[in-house]
Design a protein around this ligand. Structure first.
Ligand SMILES: Cc1cc2nc3c(=O)[nH]c(=O)nc-3n(C[C@H](O)[C@H](O)[C@H](O)COP(=O)(O)O)c2cc1C
Length: 168
């Protein structure tokens, strides 16, 4: 799948079913994450790959669909390393979302529900105190066909030359 198709097909899939994800695919996804741009190229993010069903079950307390897969990637970052840690981590996450989609899997950016009990989830994964655990990406297949949520049309979000000029 080419990049533009992956951008168009990427959707938040919350109805997931488990699927075998070969390590070669996992490495391509993780490689896409590590290649993300980061402020001053500090790369303050790291990834935790989780396959252990017990650990996955514990993380599913954040959001139940996390428990419906056989592998997930957790994204952590060190806020003391860069002012841009959140942007950097987000860029890495988006790269991985697109790679997951391009390889034919489905996922969802789990952050809001995870952060409600971040400390508890950090303990589950043994994440050091000074790091933030921001995102979990469960990787599975879509249990049913899913489309990307509706987006604002281009003419509504693009300004030409000056803010407010919506005509090309
Ligand atoms: C910062 C951020 C946090 C998010 N947190 C959650 C979450 O905790 N749980 C969830 O199901 N989706 C989460 N999402 C996914 C959004 O709900 C989703 O991207 C949005 O509804 C648009 O749908 P789409 O991804 O299909 O375009 C998050 C997305 C972002 C960018």
């Amino acid at each position: 799948m080419d990049l533009f198709e992956a951008i168009e097909k990427r959707a938040s899939v919350r109805s997931l079913r488990p699927v075998d994800v070969p390590d070669a695919d996992l490495e391509r996804i993780l490689d896409a994450g590590r290649r993300a741009p980061s402020g001053r190229n500090i790369q303050p993010f790291e990834f935790i790959v989780v396959k252990d069903p017990n650990t996955i079950r514990k993380l599913a307390k954040a959001q139940s669909c996390v428990g419906d897969v056989s592998v997930l990637i957790a994204v952590v970052a060190d806020p003391t390393k860069s002012t841009y840690w959140l942007e950097d981590l987000s860029a890495a996450t988006e790269n991985m979302l697109l790679a997951i989609t391009a390889l034919g899997y489905a996922t969802v950016w789990v952050e809001g529900t995870l952060l409600r009990a971040e400390e508890e989830h950090k303990k589950v994964l043994g994440v050091p105190e000074n790091l933030r655990l921001m995102v979990v990406l469960p990787i599975g297949k879509a249990a049913e066909p899913v489309a990307q949520a509706p987006k604002r049309p281009l003419p509504e979000v693009v300004h030409w030359e000056r803010y407010g000029n919506m005509q090309r």
